[in-house]
Design a protein around this ligand. Sequence first.
Ligand SMILES: Nc1nc2c(ncn2[C@@H]2O[C@H](COP(=O)(O)OP(=O)(O)OP(=O)(O)O)[C@@H](O)[C@H]2O)c(=O)[nH]1
Ligand SMILES: [Mg+2]
Length: 267
Amino acid sequence: MPSNGRADLQFYYSERSTKLKPLKIVIILPTFNEAENLPKIVPAILANQIPDLKILIVDDSSPDGTGEIADELAIKYPGQIEVMHRMGKAGLGRAYIAGFNHVLNSDVEIIGQMDSDFSHPPERLPEMIEMLKDADLVLGSRYIQGGGIDEQWPIWRKGLSRWGNFYARSILGIPVKDVTGAYRLWRREFLEKIPFQEVVSNGYIFLVEILHLANINGARFGEVPIYFADRKWGESKMNFRIQREAALRVWQVRWHYRNAKRKSKNE
Ligand SMILES: Nc1nc2c(ncn2[C@@H]2O[C@H](COP(=O)(O)OP(=O)(O)OP(=O)(O)O)[C@@H](O)[C@H]2O)c(=O)[nH]1
Ligand SMILES: [Mg+2]
């Protein structure tokens, strides 16, 4: 990496050396009651100055006015922000499926997923893009060397997150360390191969199920270490009940795909 701490984004140019044209990237930001975070996270993402990067905000009619703030941001950053307004809270999984369907209708080449509450450091994006050179799907990972979770987290939440990850990846046999994180970059041609419309889970298990699908479809994974900060603004919805339900649903996911065989890269 160059001395400014950013990946050199060689990837943009290496695959298309004759054209020197940047790859088209869309980062999908799902929002529900993120009025305080959204106006800060958008400029933080754009500050990477990644050429041809756009943001798609998918808001589920947040009662705190996040949707209107998103529209204002689209005016403030013309051509860089798109907003999708959905009727009522339908969960993280549905928001991502709607976002994926929407961006795949365009000529996007890299599709990103990121929380809008600063848990996912936007400054890691260039490094993640760089890693996509040799991967189909790159994950921001808390559980590889160099990664970590917020020191402020209560011990029970730290323990549950770490254990939950180990549990899910062992049951499903997914060869990455962080299966529940939502900071991800996909190559278009790989995401298109995944029947993500058929993903049955919503909420947090959506993230695990789609990763399992990716693995079954022969994904080449990459992981970039991230430090996962707790949300600074807004209220946390995570609790023990959600985690316990997720633990049971991992078995459902395994059962659902019990007959699927892992494909090799070119199948
Ligand atoms: N569009 C949409 N976005 C959602 C929904 N639920 C959560 N989100 C967004 O998805 C991202 C992740 O959700 P969070 O609530 O931060 O989940 P978490 O990080 O596990 O939990 P806390 O940050 O502790 O509350 C955030 O950007 C949320 O605003 C939803 O039903 N619809
Ligand atoms: Mg969060």
